[in-house]
Write a protein that binds this ligand. Structure first.
Ligand SMILES: [Zn+2]
Length: 56
């Protein structure tokens, strides 16, 4: 486990996608793990990096 101290508080919203059934989900890394598809149990992959959610 390697963790950089800089930007450690930053979370990045990513869209993850199941390559098998194309189920998509938004995850906040590194706070949340990408994990597996709740539908079919395949490993999810990052399909898109989303803008960081900023407070209005
Ligand atoms: Zn799936």
């Amino acid at each position: 486990m390697s963790r950089k101290n800089s930007d450690s508080d930053k979370v990045q919203a990513v869209e993850v996608k199941c390559p098998k059934c194309e189920f998509t989900q938004i995850k906040y890394i590194p706070k949340e793990q990408i994990g597996k598809c709740p539908e079919c149990g395949s490993n999810m992959i990052i399909s898109e990096i989303l803008e960081e959610g900023k407070s209005y």
